[in-house]
Design a protein around this ligand. Structure first.
Ligand SMILES: Cc1ncc(C[n+]2csc(CCOP(=O)(O)OP(=O)(O)O)c2C)c(N)n1
Length: 641
């Protein structure tokens, strides 16, 4: 209370000052600020010719001095443009907006937190401590929820901080809606002509509207572009002037949902015929867009008695891993295969941990996998072995299902049932064998110190298996033990990799997934590598602040072990020995105390756990804490992999 009182006195003081025409005084106060120095230095450094830099405006000087407040007149605005922007975002069904505060957003931020009844709902303002975290939260959220949230970026510098995360989401084909604020009167370095150009080669669509009407249309269009396959991040740059404009008569344009490209009726007929008439059809299921898409894939597989492959253990929104039809089935000589977003090698892979099977003679793949998108010059050539159909698999599924239902005869139905039963038996055996193999593997080094990564996954599983859980962090660096020890039967069970292998992903993606989880009463697991967390650990505060259901278990091998291995190898190849490979690749001297780090950010936690026999009790405490609504971190000192 005392604090807010003090602030309001300060603000009153400022207003009084402003009324007395204190702008000149403010300018005088800032004669030593970097901005003014830079502007008056002229060619002092030899780089900028004297007089070529425009003199700072009074408003810019005020801003640098931290004195800027909206002019009194702004407070009388009845309907600021930014309220309409928030309403537009709300109408799109966007639930969260992650953002660092930034003065480019003084209009938009104020509307986000104050506009509406109740305010700060749909979307709720999620405080991020780094733009990279804001965008990666949105990345993780979209993978868990199947729809985008909003990330707000502060001018040129905010976009640059976000750049890697935008790139990863783009590479991962994940929709993220972004708005960057621009303020031509602000510090020149924070504004630019065509700001979006900094990230355009890995952003699907961007716009810099000049009016409020254009801005509202641009937000809707950016949303549509983001969610239309191939999905990707999109960016709207909106100046603070448009955010503040009074707009009592402006109307939000009617929203038109995009129509996703589907296969045509003839193709649907042909595919249905292929599936229905085949003796042994197969469906290769890649990553779909939403949980509804996964449901439809299950419906189709069951209708035609096809065994399926899945990418559920490498990424979200794919076929349930232990569904009776998931696996190679009873007979591996398939005579018709349908790929659903299963371009590339996935068409010919049968399932996790199972042998690769050559693509059958007759293969169709519906989807955008393997298709180049603008700016993606480094991607490999499109898949050749499958007949590609450039359409959205998920949106095409209802057409195929309808056709299959129309074509199926009673005889075929009986044959399909019998085939499905044989597949189910064979797949059950394969699933059990896979689990047994994984259990055997996990036993190796069970009591080892440092603690084995398999033990983390094995001991956590019984504690979460009856929860509605989501593993949001990539697991390849921690041994990938979830693949067979856990059961990936929900569209969001495992959210998979970073997208482009960029570190700094696990924690923010898990926070994004936990935003989705909170609404659905789910439980997010983040097995967190130490190097990755140290890029932007402030996201732990976001989890604590918003009370997100997230259990973080540190896979703390006290190294950037992946890089250590590379350097070790290189030194060996060059015959110089690996004795010094630790230089630059380990996090020792001093060790980082992650339980303290968590505590610093307000998150409960414990560790370092070094004794394997103490692990399970710690995990139990962690699970209990998360179920009470408090995120928790357990620092576990682990084997390298
Ligand atoms: C942004 C970024 N910088 C550098 C790298 C190179 N790199 C790949 S793996 C890795 C080490 C990761 O360390 P950690 O997260 O602790 O996982 P570990 O390998 O120890 O299991 C680094 C730095 C990267 N992938 N991304």
């Amino acid at each position: 209370m005392a604090k807010s009182k003090k602030t309001s006195v300060g603000r009153r003081g400022f207003l009084k000052n402003a009324a007395a025409g204190a702008a000149a005084g403010a300018a005088a106060l800032v004669t030593t600020t970097p901005l003014l120095e830079a502007q008056t230095r002229g060619a002092g450094r030899g780089a900028t010719p004297a007089g070529s830099v425009p003199a700072p405006t009074e408003k810019q000087l005020d801003r640098e001095a931290g004195n800027i407040r909206p002019p009194v007149a702004a407070r009388t605005i009845t309907r600021p443009g930014s309220d309409l922007m928030v309403q537009t975002v709300r109408d799109l069904g966007i639930e969260f907006a992650a953002a660092n505060p930034g003065s480019s957003f003084e209009g938009l931020q104020e509307s986000f937190i104050n506009y509406g009844n109740p305010p700060n709902v749909m979307p709720e303002w999620i405080t991020a401590l780094h733009e990279e975290s804001a965008v990666t939260m949105a990345h993780g959220y979209a993978k868990a929820e199947g729809k985008p949230m909003l990330a707000l970026l502060h001018g040129t510098i905010g976009i640059q901080h976000a750049a890697m995360s935008i790139y990863q989401a783009y590479y991962d084909r994940v929709p993220v809606l972004m708005i960057a604020g621009n303020d031509p009167d602000f510090i020149p370095a924070h504004t630019a002509h065509d700001m979006a150009s900094m990230v355009r080669s890995y952003t699907k669509w961007d716009a810099e509207p000049k009016t409020l009407d254009e801005a509202l249309v641009a937000i809707q269009r950016a949303y549509n572009e983001a969610i239309t396959p191939p999905m990707a991040p999109t960016l709207v740059v909106i100046s603070s002037e448009i955010q503040k404009v009074d707009s009592p008569n402006t109307k939000i344009p009617a929203y038109q949902a995009p129509r996703f490209p589907t296969i045509d009726a003839t193709s649907a007929k042909q595919i249905a015929k292929g599936l229905v008439e085949a003796q042994n059809p197969r469906i290769a299921v890649g990553r779909l867009r939403t949980p509804e898409g996964v449901q439809r894939a299950v419906e189709l597989a069951e209708l035609v008695g096809a065994c399926t492959s899945t990418t559920a253990t490498v990424g979200p929104m794919s076929f349930p891993q232990r569904h009776p039809l998931c696996g190679p089935g009873a007979d591996k000589s398939y005579d018709y295969t349908l790929g659903l977003e299963a371009g590339g090698a996935q068409v010919s892979i049968t399932g996790p941990g199972l042998a690769t099977i050559a693509a059958p003679r007759d293969t169709t793949n519906i989807g955008f996998a393997g298709i180049l998108t603008p700016g993606r010059a480094f991607q490999g050539p499109p898949e050749k072995s499958a007949r590609p159909m450039e359409a959205d698999a998920e949106a095409s599924l209802p057409l195929i299902i309808e056709e299959v239902k129309r074509q199926l005869t009673a005889d075929q139905k009986a044959r399909i049932q019998e085939r499905a039963a044989r597949h189910a038996t064979a797949n059950h055996d394969a699933h059990v064998a896979g689990i047994e193999q994984a259990v055997q593997r996990a036993k190796a080094g069970w009591n080892g110190v440092p603690i084995s990564t398999a033990r983390i996954y094995a001991e956590l599983w019984p504690l979460i298996m009856h929860e509605d859980w989501c593993l949001a962090s990539p697991s390849n660096f921690s041994g990938g033990h979830n693949v067979q020890l856990w059961d990936h039967n929900k569209p969001y069970s495992y959210l998979g990799g970073q997208g482009a292998g960029g570190m700094g992903y696990g924690a923010p993606a898990s926070v994004g997934a936990a935003l989705s989880a909170k609404a659905h009463n789910r439980f997010v697991v983040n097995v967190q590598t130490d190097g990755d967390l140290n890029y932007a650990p402030g996201v732990l505060w976001t989890a604590a602040h918003h009370k997100l259901p997230m259990l973080t278990v540190m896979h703390n091998n006290r190294a950037w072990h992946q890089e250590y291995m590379f350097v070790e190898y290189m030194a060996g190849v060059r015959g110089r020995g690996a004795d010094r490979a630790e230089i630059g690749s380990v996090l020792r001297d001093p060790f980082i105390d992650y339980a303290k780090m968590a505590a610093t950010y307000g998150m409960a936690g414990e560790g370092p756990i070094t004794d394997p026999s103490k692990l399970q009790a710690a995990l139990k405490r962690g699970v209990a804490s998360v179920k009470r609504g408090e995120p928790y971190m357990i620092d576990v000192i682990t084997q390298p992999r």
